[in-house]
Design a protein around this ligand. Structure first.
Ligand SMILES: [Zn+2]
Length: 324
């Protein structure tokens, strides 16, 4: 089972019910997130890939992108249909990947998306080490174009995902450009961290056994799959609510307190990946096919984690359908 993020053709307009934390941002916030002075040189993220095999979205075309996006939602990998997607195994590339070069300071992280995503590992591992007995860090692969994984090919078109057999989070940062350019999503700095935090949440579910206790039992509004996704959103929110507490060896917090507009941008990202929103884009909403939760649910559980912390994040697994 591969735990993806959920993808979406996005709308910038949103119904009033999703305004959990306030009004949506007037423009895309790409301001600072990391403290410029923070030392992020010890991040354990690694780059892996074979160049722009799938990343050149223009070569695939819009229909191709839609087919690729439908893949994770349906739980199948359609990239082979388009050619060039590659298979598992990764050819001759080194399995461990290479370090993210010139990614030394928070300033580098603020300037470059690959460094920003890579450096989030430091604050995520720091957060979870203190809160989960027996925590072990996941692998974290920055995908360059496309790379084989234990869960099929990773690329920007497949979107970020956590692969349990590999215990690894895979993300191609050019995915955010696809969100922005092809689907009108904002995907500012904090929204990017929310997405990474969501995938880290799946690793937590794997090592704590929650993923095994709530196995895939099909789709639907109160399916285990929806519960697992909403808990991962709650975990991401809980981490973002506390993320300024994680510091480098000099005591400098890696991350700055999020601004209100950055929080709204992250909430907007949660809105755009709601199942109902995705389905509205195709003109038909069928709750029985939900796999990630509605936009309102995803926003609400992100905001709940952010406001009330980790203790509240057990609830998505056990709450009645009406309380989800
Ligand atoms: Zn997920």
């Amino acid at each position: 089972m591969c735990m993806g993020f959920g993808l979406y053709p996005a709308s910038r307009r949103a119904p009033a019910r999703w305004r959990v934390l306030g009004n949506p941002p007037a423009e895309y916030p790409h301001g600072m997130t990391f403290n410029p002075d923070a030392d992020v040189s010890g991040n354990t993220a690694r780059r892996r890939g074979r160049g722009a095999v799938v990343a050149g979205a223009g070569g695939v075309g819009l229909l191709g992108i839609i087919a690729l996006i439908a893949g994770p939602l349906l739980g199948i990998d359609l990239t082979g249909l388009l050619g060039g997607g590659g298979g598992t195994g990764g050819g001759t590339e080194p399995a461990e990947g290479s370090v993210i070069e010139n990614c030394l300071t928070g300033e580098d992280a603020n300037e470059r998306v690959d460094c920003r995503v890579a450096s989030s590992q430091l604050a995520l591992d720091g957060f979870w080490e203190d809160r989960v007995d027996g925590y072990r860090a996941p692998g974290f692969i920055i995908v360059d174009g496309a790379t084989g994984t234990g869960c099929g090919t990773a690329s920007n078109a497949v979107g970020p995902f956590y692969c349990p057999p590999d215990e690894t989070v895979y993300i191609d940062p050019t995915f955010f450009e696809l969100m922005q350019q092809q689907f009108g999503a904002s995907a500012g700095n904090l929204a990017q961290l929310y997405i990474v935090g969501h995938e880290w949440g799946h690793h937590i579910q794997y090592i704590t056994g929650d993923m095994e206790r709530y196995p895939n039992n099909g789709t639907g509004p109160d399916s285990n799959g929806v519960r697992i996704e909403l808990q991962a959103d709650c975990y991401a929110g809980a981490w973002i609510g506390q993320m300024t507490q994680e510091t480098d060896k000099n005591g400098v917090p890696y991350l700055q307190t999020p601004t209100e507009s950055q929080l709204q941008d992250a909430v907007n990202a949660a809105y755009t990946v709601g199942d109902d929103h995705i389905q509205e884009q195709s003109g038909f909403v069928n709750p029985e096919s939900f796999t990630h939760g509605t936009s309102a649910q995803r926003q609400a559980w992100f905001a709940t984690g952010y406001k009330y912390g980790l203790d509240t994040c057990a609830e998505p697994l056990t709450a009645s359908a009406g309380e989800l």
